[in-house]
Write a protein that binds this ligand. Structure first.
Ligand SMILES: [Zn+2]
Length: 445
């Protein structure tokens, strides 16, 4: 099926201009200037007058929970939520059951995705204290990266042996995506909070989360990762930056293609701040913790300055009953977000050209993804059409993630994704899915 997207305002590579786009054989075949005659043959015409056409979002950080945790989420349900949010490619994390710590398990995940995913996909290999032999076998042209938990999070893949860290930073054949929170600091804070809660001196509600998973825990771990990457010349991407202090570790004076040490943040660190624990409670408990409003303001500023390179969602579904326990210490960290990431980013005051840079172009450049992330002739037709003036209230009732709820419930957003193309296939159209299509594996140059 071929498509001719007419009169859209293309937002691409820092420019916004009205044009028509001819999609054939899965690719962007021709960008036709406004008013220029063009014979699109029997292509299906989509009138996008007044709407915006962007490259499909590339979400470099998701937890789709398959295999093993599919009561929360799976590759089919979450990829469906993804395309409804304008996301056409995702990179999934290894803390599933079993953990993705061998090349064989990685290939098994890829096979599952080929069967079930509506969006394009890649999977990280998880690093552990004892799988270095598997890490060095990773083919950087076929796998997005290695995930390193420098400090524990969900799934306990903590790498804490220094000699292993040294070898990993020295020998990893591909990008190291790091979760940085210092385990020892968190442990000490947890013990102290439990003690104070037992004495009745502290109420262990959601608001203590940034006092357990503190700014110091983040900085201690991320500064160590940056030091090691500098020392051993590794390609390091520090995931989900949540504090102002960590911004000092990154640089804005190097073009992204040449940067070896880069940073990601997530929509929830840009939208929520510590006062939101009062109303949202454990719904917004995540790791690292959502911190103070001055951290949020600094992160927003860092996007504009180029200190932070990409936005990933850290989409991490849990059932609401796994979160809304009456006990801080057992409530799960993480929540779904992929369906609404574009809408939330716009509400954070990020204009569409910057959003496209952070969520489409930069992930493609940073991971060196083959022919995606830009509206260019010859590239894969991964595209989303956005109606910027169609206010809607986000609600649990319309959440597509399998867990069936969203921390953004009740939030009014002004934009809507109306169409999503994956490899030239119209997989999402105004609330309806064309589910006969499957995404493809991502490749890297
Ligand atoms: Zn994550």
């Amino acid at each position: 099926m071929n498509y001719y997207i007419k009169n859209a305002t293309l937002v691409n590579e820092g420019q916004a201009f009205v044009a028509n786009v001819f999609v054939s054989d899965g690719k962007i075949s021709k960008i036709v200037a406004e008013g220029e005659p063009f014979d699109c043959g029997s292509a299906t015409v989509i009138d996008a007058t007044g709407k915006y056409l962007i490259p499909g979002i590339i979400d470099e950080h998701v937890h789709f929970r398959e295999p093993g945790l599919t009561h929360k989420a799976d590759l089919y349900t979450e990829s469906r939520a993804a395309v409804a949010g304008g996301v056409t490619s995702f990179m999934d994390m290894p803390n599933t059951l079993p953990k993705t710590t061998t090349q064989e398990l990685l290939e098994q995940k890829l096979a599952l995705a080929a069967e079930k995913s509506l969006a394009n996909y890649s999977f990280y290999l998880g690093a552990t204290n004892d799988n270095l032999a598997e890490v060095v076998k990773t083919d950087p042209h076929r796998v997005c990266g290695v995930k390193l938990f420098m400090g524990s999070s969900t799934g306990n893949m903590l790498v804490d042996k220094n000699e292993v860290l040294v070898r990993l930073f020295r020998e990893s054949p591909c990008l190291i995506a790091a979760h940085c929170e210092d385990e020892q600091t968190i442990h000490q804070n947890t013990v102290r909070c439990k003690d104070l809660a037992a004495k009745g001196e502290v109420i262990a509600d959601a608001s203590i989360h940034p006092f357990v998973r503190t700014m110091e825990a983040c900085y201690k771990s991320s500064s160590k990762a940056v030091d090691m990457a500098e020392k051993f010349g590794a390609r390091l991407h520090v995931m989900h930056i949540s504090t102002k202090k960590e911004l000092s570790l990154f640089r804005k004076d190097i073009p992204l293609v040449d940067k070896k040490i880069t940073a990601e943040t997530c929509p929830h660190y840009l939208w929520f701040a510590d006062h939101d624990y009062e109303t949202k409670s454990f719904a917004i408990k995540c790791n690292p913790a959502i911190k103070a409003s001055w951290d949020r303001e600094a992160l927003r500023q860092a996007l504009r300055e180029g200190l932070i390179d990409t936005i990933g969602t850290d989409h991490a579904p849990h059932l609401l009953e796994e979160k809304m326990t009456d006990d801080y210490f057992t409530s799960k960290s993480g929540f779904p977000s992929i369906q609404h990431s574009l809408q939330v980013m716009l509400e954070c005051g990020v204009e569409l050209p910057l959003l496209v840079q952070l969520m489409c172009h930069n992930p493609a450049t940073l991971y060196r993804i083959d022919r995606r992330g830009f509206i260019r002739e010859g590239y894969y037709a991964d595209l989303a059409i956005i109606d910027m003036d169609h206010p809607v209230v986000i609600s649990n009732a319309t959440e597509l993630s399998k867990c069936g709820w969203t921390p953004y419930d009740g939030m009014t957003v002004r934009a809507q994704v109306t169409h999503t193309f994956v490899n030239g296939n119209l997989v999402y159209e105004k609330g309806n899915f064309h589910e006969e299509f499957r995404g493809e594996r991502l490749f890297f140059s």
